[in-house]
Design a protein around this ligand. Sequence first.
Ligand SMILES: CC(C)(COP(=O)(O)OP(=O)(O)OC[C@H]1O[C@@H](n2cnc3c(N)ncnc32)[C@H](O)[C@@H]1OP(=O)(O)O)[C@@H](O)C(=O)NCCC(=O)NCCS
Length: 134
Amino acid sequence: MQGQFKLLGDIHDLSVGQNCSLTREPWPFFDVTGGGIVFGDNVVISSGVHILTHDHQFENPNWRDLDEVSSGTPTEIKDNVFIGVMAIIMPTCKSIGVNSVVGAGAVVTKDIPDNEIWAGNPAKKIRYVGGQNG
Ligand SMILES: CC(C)(COP(=O)(O)OP(=O)(O)OC[C@H]1O[C@@H](n2cnc3c(N)ncnc32)[C@H](O)[C@@H]1OP(=O)(O)O)[C@@H](O)C(=O)NCCC(=O)NCCS
C-alpha cells in the first residue's frame, strides 16, 4: 500500500491487495481490533478516513469495564473502491462493494453494494456508478 496509516490493533489483521493507495496527510486510521480489515485491489483511501471495527456496550453503565463489541469478521473494502476525505466507516458496515464510492465526510453505517455512490451522515446511496440516479 502506498502511503502511511495509523493502526489500532495487530498488523496481521490487516490485508491489502494490489495497487492500493492512501492519498495524503492526515493519514487514515485503521482499527482492526474487531475482526480485521481486508482491502481488495486498486482501493484508494483519502486523507483522514477512519475505518472502525469495534464499539462499546454503551447501554450498560459499566461499559468501560466490559468487553468491546466486535463481529469477529473482517470488514471488506472490495476492488476499485474510492473513499473520500474524512469519511468514517462504522463497525456496523462490514462491506463496501466493488467499484463503489464513498463521498467526503460520509458516515457509513450499513453495507454498500457494488457500483454505488454513497454520501452524507448517515450515508445513503445518491446514485449508481456510471450516472444512473439511485
Ligand atoms: C460523493 C461524490 C463522489 C458525488 O459526486 P457527484 O456524483 O458528482 O455528486 P453531485 O455533486 O452531483 O451531488 C449529488 C448530490 O449529492 C450531494 N453530495 C455530493 N457529495 C456529497 C457529500 N460528500 N456529502 C453529502 N452530500 C453530497 C450533493 O449536494 C447533491 O445533492 P442534491 O441532489 O440534493 O443537490 C463527491 O461529491 C465526493 O464527495 N467526492 C469525494 C471528494 C474527495 O474526497 N476528494 C479527495 C480526493 S483525494
